[in-house]
Design a protein around this ligand. Structure first.
Ligand code: C5P
Length: 230
C-alpha cells in the first residue's frame, strides 16, 4: 500500500506581500513548493506514489514542468486550486487514485522544512489505525478568546492547547467523506473530520515545520536552510 500527497499551493499569500503567489517565493534559490515536494519524497518509509498539487489557475503547466525532477518515481498531477484552501484540497482530492492508497497526506506548500520523522510519524499513525492524524507543538503564548469588540471572553488552560501543523494524514475514505461536507470556515482538513465526528489523533510535530506567513518567516527559513546545509 502507498501514500498520496496533496499539496495546496494556490494561495496568494497576501500577508507575505510580494508580486508572486506564496508557494513560488524562494528560499535558498528554490521555491517553497520545491522544498515541500523534496521534503515529502525524503520520507522514504511512507511509500509515496502520487502527488496532486493545487496551484493558482493558469500556472499548472509551468509548475508541472518545474516539479517533474523532484517527484521521483511518484505520479505527479498539477491542478488549478480554488478560492479557499478547502476548495483547493477538494479539487486535488478528485485526482488521487482510489486503488492502492492507504494514506493521504495533505501538506501546505507554505511549510517547506518539515522533518522526515514528523512525516513518517503521521503516516505510521494512520497505518496503525487512526483515521485522521495531525502533528502538533505546544503553544508558548497565553491564548485568549475575545469578542468582536476586542474584549477578553476567557483564557483557555494553555496546557490543553496545541498548535497544529501539516502534513495531516487521513484514511482515504474518511478524507473523501469529510470533503463531501460543506467546507465553509474550515482552516484545515482535520476540522472537516471533526465535523464528521471522527476522532483526530495528534503526534509530535516540530518547530522546523513552521508556516511561512509573514516576511519575517522567510528570513527564518533562509536561516534554517543555511543551518541544514552547513
Ligand atoms: O493562507 P495559508 O498560509 O493558511 O495557506 C496554507 C496553504 O494553503 C498554502 O500552501 C496556500 O498556498 C494554500 N492555499 C490554497 N488555496 C487557497 C488558499 C490557500 O491552496 N485558495
Amino acid at each position: 500500500m502507498n501514500t498520496a500527497a496533496i499539496i495546496p499551493a494556490a494561495g496568494l499569500g497576501l500577508r507575505l506581500g510580494g508580486a508572486e503567489p506564496k508557494a513560488f517565493r524562494e528560499v535558498g534559490g528554490e521555491s517553497l513548493l520545491v522544498h515541500a515536494v523534496r521534503g515529502l519524497t525524503a520520507a522514504t518509509a511512507t511509500g509515496l506514489s502520487c502527488f496532486v498539487i493545487a496551484v493558482p489557475p493558469g500556472t499548472e503547466d509551468v509548475v508541472g514542468k518545474q516539479l517533474e525532477p523532484y517527484a521521483g518515481a511518484a505520479e505527479l498531477h498539477v491542478v488549478a486550486g480554488g478560492a479557499e484552501r478547502t476548495d483547493s484540497v477538494r479539487m486535488a482530492l478528485e485526482l488521487v487514485p482510489v486503488d492502492g492508497i492507504d494514506c493521504i497526506l495533505v501538506h501546505d506548500a507554505a511549510r517547506p522544512f518539515v522533518p522526515v520523522d514528523v512525516i513518517e510519524r503521521v503516516v505510521a499513525a494512520v497505518r496503525g489505525g487512526a483515521p485522521a492524524v495531525v502533528p502538533v507543538v505546544p503553544v508558548t503564548d497565553t491564548i485568549k478568546r475575545v469578542d468582536s469588540d476586542g474584549r477578553v471572553v476567557d483564557t483557555p488552560d494553555r496546557s490543553a492547547l496545541v498548535a497544529v501543523q501539516t502534513p495531516q494524514g487521513f484514511e482515504p475514505s474518511v478524507l473523501r467523506r469529510a470533503h463531501a461536507l460543506e467546507g465553509a470556515g474550515a482552516t484545515d482538513d482535520a476540522m472537516l473530520c471533526e465535523r464528521l465526528g471522527v476522532t483526530v489523533q495528534t503526534v509530535a510535530g516540530s518547530e522546523d515545520a513552521f508556516k511561512i506567513t509573514r516576511p519575517r518567516d522567510l528570513q527564518l527559513a533562509e536561516w534554517l536552510l543555511a543551518e541544514r546545509r552547513s
